[in-house]
Write a protein that binds this ligand. Structure first.
Ligand code: FE2
Length: 284
């Protein structure tokens, strides 16, 4: 049993859901409407999408980071979004379906989103690793967590070997990406276009990736909330601007696949997001 409480969290989600999930008690704590939404979106994530691509999710690590495999069913070309640990299920899917892994997109370089990269780079040497220059430059900051985090968070990390190993991740093992992602750049797997949307706030170089009717939102936009903005390199004003940009750019029926927790969609977040709705923002 992990001794992590809600206080330490790189993403910024409320602790109640994450803590109960670790105990296997999430079903007790989530209300029925939430369960219905989860069931619906899990169905979407696990099934073939009408536009000829599939999205598969694997949640890894004690911070429960969502990693995704996106692939074009016609060409067999694929991309991963985030590498927060050992993603053996996604790797099996790639291998068993003879997919060609073309890209590994990273939403941002916090350790719970990149600590699995070194192994992936060895296993899939032809896949191009993609993240923003700003986030690469900020890895220096992320390595200085001992001075960046709050004292109570540091104390918790020190008590937890798994947390300590994650936070001490050696960024030198990743190095720079093959491609520095920039706003509005488009990548293709088969005929499917993947568009990068610069979305700073949770980190200075956070990127979201939009493909078909799917948005991979990293730690920018979550179900009914947004990522934390209280550490160095983060900005409340910027995350508000970023989330509003997503609201204005994307159709309401866009399925949002976040870096943690459950799926959602743009239309419901515009109305019901507790932090940044279409017509207001509530500073934490
Ligand atoms: Fe993060």
């Amino acid at each position: 049993m992990l001794g992590f409480s809600h206080r330490f969290c790189l993403c910024g989600l409320p602790g109640k859901i994450k803590t109960s999930a670790r105990r296997g008690g999430i079903w007790r704590e989530l209300r029925l409407p939430t369960l219905i939404i989860i069931a619906g979106v899990l169905l979407i994530a696990g099934c073939t999408q009408s536009r000829g691509f599939r999205v598969i999710r694997q949640t890894v690590g004690f911070i429960r980071t969502n990693c995704y495999l996106l692939y074009d069913m016609n060409s067999g070309e694929a991309a991963l979004i985030d590498a927060g640990g050992r993603i053996d299920t996604l790797e099996s899917c790639i291998d068993e379906n003879n997919l060609k892994l073309k890209y590994i997109f990273i939403t941002h370089c916090h350790p719970d989103h990149v600590c699995g990269l070194p192994e992936l780079k060895v296993k899939y040497p032809d896949a191009r690793v993609c993240f923003s220059k700003l986030d690469f430059e900020d890895t220096r900051l992320y390595s200085q967590w001992m001075t960046a985090l709050k004292p109570e968070e540091i104390a918790e990390i020190k008590e937890n070997p798994e947390a300590l190993e994650l936070m001490n991740f050696d960024y030198g093992r990743n190095g720079p990406p093959d491609i520095y992602v920039e706003h509005n750049q488009i990548y293709k797997i088969g005929n499917l276009e993947i568009k990068a949307i610069f979305s700073p706030g949770h980190s200075s170089g956070s990127m979201c990736y939009y493909a078909g009717n799917a948005l991979f939102s990293g730690d920018v936009l979550f179900y009914r909330t947004v990522g934390r903005t209280d550490l160095q390199g983060m900005s409340w004003e910027k995350i508000v601007e970023s989330v509003r940009r997503l609201y204005s750019l994307l159709p309401d029926n866009t399925v949002v696949y976040p870096g943690h927790d459950q799926f959602t969609d743009i239309g419901s977040e515009k109305k019901y997001n507790k932090k940044v709705a279409i017509d207001g923002a509530k500073r934490p």
